[in-house]
Each structure stands twice: as C-alpha cells, then as structure tokens.
Design a protein around this ligand. Structure first.
Ligand code: JHZ
Ligand code: ZN
Length: 416
C-alpha cells in the first residue's frame, strides 16, 4: 500500500456526503519520537484533515497513513500510568459481570495487546490468554513478560488461522485500537468468526461527544481513523453478524466508550436498550448530527491556539522556565499545531524508558526522566497528558509546594 490514501467514502455507511470541518495541517506521526540521529534527517509530515459524514455522523480522517509507518515499531506502552492499569482491572470485572460462564479454560484475547498489560490481569488469574499486535518491538517485550502474542494486524483472515490454532475465544478485548482500523467491517467479521457462540467482544476508545464538548482536538491524530458516536456504531453493527448489547461511559482518556458486543444468534445476553438510548439522547441534545456543531468546534480550537500561544509567550518573556509533562501522542499534536517547541519548552519529562533521550517529532523538544526536574526547578509545567492530570499533579505535590505551577490546555487554558 502507498504511504497515504485519501478517503472518498464513509467507512461505516459508504456515503460520499463527507463534510471537511478541520484541517490541522501537515504534522509528523504523533508517536514518531526522534533519536538524535533522526534530527539530522528530513522529517515526514502527513496531512491531518477531519471529515463529518452527513449520513451516519461518523467523524473520520480524510487521509490514511499506512499502518506499517505507524505501528511496526511502537513506542507507546500503557503500563506507565496507574490510571490506565486500573482500567484494565475494571474491564476484567465488566467481562465477568456480563459473562458468568468464564472458566480457567476460557480463552481471553486482546487485539492491539501492546506490552501485554491487559492480559497480565487474566494471566495472574490462571486463564488462557492470547495477544495480537503488529509492533515487532512490543511482541518481543510481551513474550518476555510471558504473554503469548501473535505478531500481525487482526483481520478476518488472521481470525480464521487463530481459531484453528487456539479454538474459539470467550472474551475478546480491543482497547485504543478499534478507532485505528480502516477496514472495520472486515475486523468485526473476524471477531464474529473467532468468538465462541456465547463469547463477548469489548472495545474501548475515546468518545466523540466528549471530544467535541471538551475541545479535545489533540486526540485527533493519524493513528485514530474514526471518531465514533453511538449512532454511527449502531449503523456499523447493522453491517455485521454482531450486536451491541451494552455501552458504558468511562472517564479514561478524557471520556471513552466501553462497547459490549455479542453474536446476533446469542440470546443469552439482554440488549440494554435504555443504556444505549441514553447515549443517543445525549448526542441529539448536543447536536452531534449537525454540521454547525463541528464548525463551532473548529472555531474553539483556533481560539484556544491563540489563547495558549499568547499566554506561553508572555510567560517566556518574563524569563520563566517552562517544561512539559508526559511525552504523549496527543501532546505532539498540540505542540505542533500550536507551533510550541524549544522556543517555549525547555524539555519534557516522561517515565517511558523508550521515550527518554529522544526528541518530540516536529518540535524536537528533548525528553528526560522525571529527576531532570530536580536539577532545574521549573516555574511552569504544561501537563501534555491532561487525561492523567489528577495522577500527575498528585505525583508532583513537592513541585507545587515549591511554588511550581501546572498549565492545562484542554478543554481551555487553566493555570493551577
Ligand atoms: P497517554 C494513548 O495516547 C495511547 P497517548 C493511544 N495512542 C491512544 O489511542 C490514546 O491514548 C487514546 C507518560 N506518563 O497514555 C506516559 C508519565 O511519564 O495519554 C505516556 O508517555 N508519568 C494508543 O500517547 C504519557 O505520559 C505519569 O505519571 O496520548 C501519557 O500518554 C503518567 C500518568 C504518564 O498516551
Ligand atoms: Zn457514514
């Protein structure tokens, strides 16, 4: 496949009725953290343009970057944040609540399993586990952690091989990967095939309603091809042999949906119509099916850029030391779109070992471990991983007791 492909049809309903409402410009892929050597090379940047489908309300990227460019060697791991690890525990409890028949022989599968953190929860309880992930570096780490993992992208073809090799899956998870998939109908056909008759599939991803309401433009990036409303999800389910039997809201990642799927023929699980309709009511109330809502969103994003740049430049003018906290993919979107780099931020601290010693893509801000802060008592810390602001501010009580201030940019500029 070429490095980039333009979308002409909605991936959920095939409509050509697509309305372009936001253009974030040419940006580097957000997890493309650079080594010192990379700094000398020319950096690839890809267009980040967002479309709204007027027929099913799916929000989706206009240009798709080849997954091999983004996921072959992947530097993001979930296990750095306690909040994210807690979420994996909650998901296990969710599965056990809906599926009484889970035994030690049940096969638990995680698509986009990364370093195996989600499956670790199940391994510790003695279950059969299987990870699937395309990142060669992460499969090696997961296998070292004793998490059996198949290298590759989950498709209906791979599903047939996996079912033959491991038998049917009783629970399949897909967290922070469902929105990353281009041929989502084929993906769901694979899930249908791999699932046991009584099995359930649980997907979790950022929720479009929260993204729009909280101005979370920085979670729009090349990895995230789709931004789902419940309306577009139900439309998608109609094209498969699966049925959504429940949806729950989670605060993770600034607001995400946990979507519970079963095979249409599985009558042992009741469809939670009331719960599902409550999301549709919210989407109607917040006018998520109207073009004007997305034009207003884009206007707020442009205003946010002006406010943040003005404030940061004036803090810098007064010789304050400003750093970033959390070398997050979303942070790289914000820094690049706001044109904020070493002209404002001295460095970023992050506990992810593979990110330390590297530089942020496009803006080339150096990334250090947290002890760097001890050496250079900063005056301001921009929490780029704002989705973990509570966990991060708690961790930095000493910094704030020494008059250090926190800057949060989403949903609006706040200094604490
Ligand atoms: P974090 C993630 O994106 C992952 P990103 C993924 N791209 C996705 O789909 C979206 O969320 C929804 C660091 N950190 O998890 C760790 C500390 O150093 O929000 C991470 O590098 N110390 C698949 O990249 C970064 O911050 C800490 O105490 O936006 C957080 O990035 C904490 C809490 C985090 O992922
Ligand atoms: Zn559509």
């Amino acid at each position: 496949m070429k490095e980039i492909r333009e979308v002409h049809n909605c991936r959920v309903c095939d409509s050509k009725n697509l309305y372009e409402f936001l253009d974030l410009g040419f940006l580097p892929i957000p997890n493309g953290f650079l080594t010192r050597l990379d700094l000398k090379k020319t950096e690839k940047k890809y267009p980040l343009v967002v479309l709204f489908c007027k027929d099913c309300s799916l929000v989706q990227l206009k240009y798709i970057v080849n997954p091999e460019v983004m996921f072959k060697n992947y530097l993001y791991i979930p296990s750095i944040s306690q909040t994210r690890l807690n979420n994996f525990q909650t998901l296990a409890a969710d599965a056990l609540r809906y599926m009484k028949g889970i035994t030690k022989q049940s096969l638990i599968v995680d698509i986009g399993s990364n370093d195996g953190s989600l499956l670790n929860v199940w391994k510790n309880r003695g279950h059969q586990i299987l990870g699937v992930d395309p990142a060669e570096n992460l499969v090696t780490i997961a296998e070292l952690n004793g998490i059996r993992t198949e290298l590759g992208y989950f498709t209906s073809a791979l599903a047939r091989k996996l079912k033959k090799k491991y038998g049917p899956a009783h629970v399949i998870f897909a967290t922070n990967v469902f929105a990353h998939i281009d041929d989502i109908v084929d993906f769901l056909n694979g899930i249908t095939h791999f699932l046991d008759d009584e099995g359930i599939f649980i997907s979790q991803f950022p929720y479009l309603a929260d993204l729009v309401q909280e101005n979370q433009f920085d979670t729009i990036y090349h990895e995230h091809l789709s931004y789902f409303s419940v309306r577009s999800l139900l439309k998608l389910a109609e094209r498969t042999n699966l049925e959504i039997f429940s949806i729950e809201h989670s605060d993770l990642d600034g607001g995400s949906l946990k979507v519970f799927w079963k095979r249409k023929m599985n009558k042992s699980l009741i469809i939670q119509t009331k719960k599902i309709n409550s999301f549709l009511n919210r989407e109607e109330r917040e006018k998520l099916y109207r073009v004007a809502t997305y034009d207003a969103f884009s206007e707020r994003v442009r205003r946010l850029r002006t406010d943040v740049k003005k404030k940061l430049f004036s803090l810098k003018q007064k010789k304050n030391i400003i750093i970033g906290y959390g070398a997050a993919a979303k942070g790289n979107i914000l820094l690049n779109y706001f044109h904020i780099g070493t002209n404002i931020i001295q460095y970023i601290v992050d506990s992810t070992p593979y990110k330390q010693g590297r530089f942020t893509p496009g803006t080339h801000v150096p990334i250090f471990a947290e002890q760097k802060m001890r050496e250079t008592q900063p005056d301001y810390m921009i929490i780029l991983a704002w989705n973990f602001k509570d966990e991060i501010m708690k961790k930095n009580r000493r910094y704030s007791s020494q008059k250090g201030k926190f800057i949060i940019c989403i949903p609006s500029l706040t200094i604490i």
